[in-house]
Design a protein around this ligand. Structure first.
Ligand code: NAP
Length: 284
């Protein structure tokens, strides 16, 4: 790679911690594949340095950057505008240096739904969908699901008040119902798709499961946003019980691919991005 990179060829992710991020690997491989003299770096930014970091990236004139935990909400105040979806979700994971300023987007939900659609096709609209969790990822996923026309989305969360607050936040999108966990569990056999957006089952607590696998509807899709491990215990058990399963790698690749396109105008080779990520995670 040339040492004479122009600032507009620079990209990155700001977060804390970010040492584990697979984004540099995925994007740098794609830049190389596309023959672009560009570079993506992971910047570990402490919360107290967020404003300086964002102003610094703006002053340098990079073309764009990703934002990850814990900065997805706080970063919004330092941007010039928000895309409609990011405003509704209330969080930004992608910033683009545009003609009219630094604009914040959220590509997490759309990235997820693109991967889910490979399993569901058009049946998504009429499916009975259960989303477990009410954090940032749930917000993005539910917003994108309803944006794709999903009409029947049930939301449940350990802290029920957060599920209710999220239902209210997304009320402008029809068809979301918050249910306490015990009540939602009784309806398990009615759901066509069950999506875990909580961190339950993520490494190192890999023995935990977010939802029982008894009484799953035949043909049900069980989907976990987690990709570490690649197949959570819940996905393993759900598969044994006959469910079709989907892990979080498609979402990760999807959100990155949409960001790549927004920054460069080029549609990346998503299959290659997926392969790079899977190889790093020890999958096939
Ligand atoms: P977050 O905002 O902190 O939300 C965490 C959610 O998990 C909350 O609903 C929380 O419930 C629930 N939770 C945590 N521990 C729990 C437990 N022991 N029992 C029951 N519920 C529990 O986090 P987030 O940003 O939404 O991320 C959530 C998950 O999504 C993480 O595993 C993350 O890795 C994954 N994710 C994946 C991708 C991808 O590209 N594949 C992208 C983003 C996120 P309470 O409200 O009760 O605390």
């Amino acid at each position: 790679m040339s040492c004479l990179l122009h600032a507009e060829s620079l990209y990155g992710v700001i977060g804390h911690p970010v040492g584990h991020s697979l984004s540099p690997l995925m994007h740098n491989d794609q830049f190389q594949h596309q023959g672009m003299p560009s570079f993506y770096h992971a910047f570990d930014v402490l919360p107290q340095h967020l404003e300086e970091a964002v102003q610094g990236l703006k002053a340098l004139g990079v073309s764009g950057f990703n934002v990850t935990v814990p900065h997805k909400i706080e970063v919004m105040q330092y941007l010039d505008g928000l895309d409609e979806e990011a405003r509704l979700i209330g969080a930004v994971n992608t910033v683009v240096n545009e003609e009219n300023g630094w604009i914040g987007y959220n590509t997490d939900g759309e990235g997820y739904v693109q991967s889910l659609l490979t399993k569901t096709g058009d049946m998504l609209r009429d499916a009975d969908i259960l989303v477990i969790g009410a954090g940032g990822a749930a917000r993005a996923v539910i917003s994108a699901l309803t944006g794709h026309g999903a009409k029947r989305v049930t939301l449940t969360n350990r802290t029920f008040s957060k599920a209710e607050a999220l239902q209210e936040r997304l009320a402008e999108r029809a068809g979301i119902r918050a249910l306490p966990t015990e009540e939602a569990e009784k309806e398990t056999s009615s759901f066509d798709i069950i999506i875990n957006t909580t961190s339950v089952g993520m490494s190192p607590h890999t023995e935990n499961m977010p939802w029982p696998v008894e009484n799953l509807k035949p043909g049900c899709i069980c989907s976990d946003l987690i990709y570490n491990p690649l197949k959570t215990k819940w996905l393993q058990e759900a598969q044994k019980a006959g469910a079709d399963i989907l892990n979080g790698t498609g979402m990760f690749v999807g959100q990155g691919a949409i960001a790549f396109q927004k920054w460069t105008g080029i549609h990346p080779d998503t299959e290659r991005m997926h392969d790079v990520v899977m190889k790093q995670l020890g999958g096939n």
